[in-house]
Design a protein around this ligand. Structure first.
Ligand code: 13P
Length: 329
């Protein structure tokens, strides 16, 4: 369901600090009401359900309502979109491992998952963060994060929620495409090893990985075709065919590049990939719309237009039908 009909996921689950950071960069007030208004703008975007199968919410958002009193979860469900929930409590500094993070949130997770299920959520997300740099990632960081992802995924399946398993290898740094491939493969091997150990049903999960990219400050950047080849080759080596869907994070790529690269993967590997290659973008769907909105009621319609445009571009990219001309250049 989450990856059917060429649709994808919309990650609108930024924690309050992350959402506030995005608002601050655009001069939007960092308040509860502005966060609520932004999420109302998203969920009330007409025809969103034609391109988006599931929306990942944050704890604050899943409890919120529109100005007219309708709950967000009701609006999303009425639009034919499956509600999901971010359940990790954030990536924290890892003890004894400078520059590395470990994601927290396993304490009381069973009870929280049951509560979210009662509220209407049908899938969940947990993000692990792996940085590349001199001497990192360490084996300890990859192992600890992979084990937490697997324990989270097993608990989700026990509670009737589909786990979205997100091990994100970050783009920051000057590493090469090849180094990103090697790290991504090691991370995915470790994650699937732990998923197997924890008896997670691979048929009932979604993998949310990074695309394989050169670091942001690497002097040699890669074409969409090179990124597509490196990414799919790494995934073919590490992700069992039983996994129904892979939904990429955008990780700070521009909206257009994320669509172009997803398109290249689907175009070049159409008949050779065992899983659906979909999207679960936050910034690459929301950022252009947020820049138009600027926190102003008068800009809501134009922002919704930009949001639905990105959702449609990414749906086209799932079919290998995305073209730069769609951007109006
Ligand atoms: P980006 O697409 O902005 O990387 O966000 C995806 C996400 O859900 C991160 O957890």
């Amino acid at each position: 369901m989450l990856v059917a009909n060429d649709k994808g996921l919309l990650a609108m689950d930024e924690s309050n600090p992350t959402c506030n950071k995005r608002f601050a960069a655009l001069g939007i007030p960092q308040t509860l009401e502005f966060r609520r208004a932004w999420r109302e703008l998203i969920v009330t975007t007409p025809e969103l359900g034609e391109s988006i199968s599931g929306a990942i919410l944050y704890d604050e958002t899943i409890r919120q309502h529109q100005q007219d009193g309708t709950s967000f979860i009701q609006t999303i469900t009425d639009a034919g979109i499956i509600p999901g929930i971010k359940v990790d409590t954030g990536a924290k500094d890892m003890a004894g491992h400078p520059g590395e993070k470990i994601t927290e949130g396993l304490d009381r997770l069973r009870e929280r998952l049951n509560e979210y299920f009662e509220m209407g959520a049908r899938f969940a997300k947990w993000r692990a963060v792996i940085a590349i740099g001199p001497g990192i990632p360490s084996h300890a960081c990859i192992e600890a994060n992979a084990q937490a992802l697997a324990r989270y995924a097993a608990l989700c399946q026990g509670a009737g929620l589909v786990p979205v398993v997100e091990p994100e290898v970050l783009m920051e740094g000057d590493h090469t495409l090849e180094r990103c491939s090697a790290v991504t493969e090691e991370v995915l091997h470790t994650v699937f090893n732990h998923l197997y150990t924890q008896r997670v049903l691979l048929e009932g999960m979604i993998l949310k990985p990074n695309m394989v990219l050169p670091g942001l400050s690497c002097p040699v950047q890669a074409s969409a075709a090179e990124v597509a080849d490196a990414t799919v080759h790494s995934l073919l080596k590490t992700v069992p065919a039983a996994v129904p869907g892979i939904a990429f994070l955008s990780g700070g790529q521009s909206a257009e590049l994320a669509s172009e690269r997803l398109n290249a993967m689907n175009l070049r590997f159409k008949s050779r990939q065992p899983w659906a290659l979909a999207f679960s973008f936050a910034r690459a769907i929301q950022q252009p719309a947020m820049e138009i909105w600027q926190g102003k009621e008068a800009n809501v319609l134009a922002a919704q237009h930009a949001l639905i445009h990105r959702a449609r571009c990414n749906r086209a990219a799932r079919r290998g039908d995305y073209h730069a001309a769609m951007e109006g250049y």
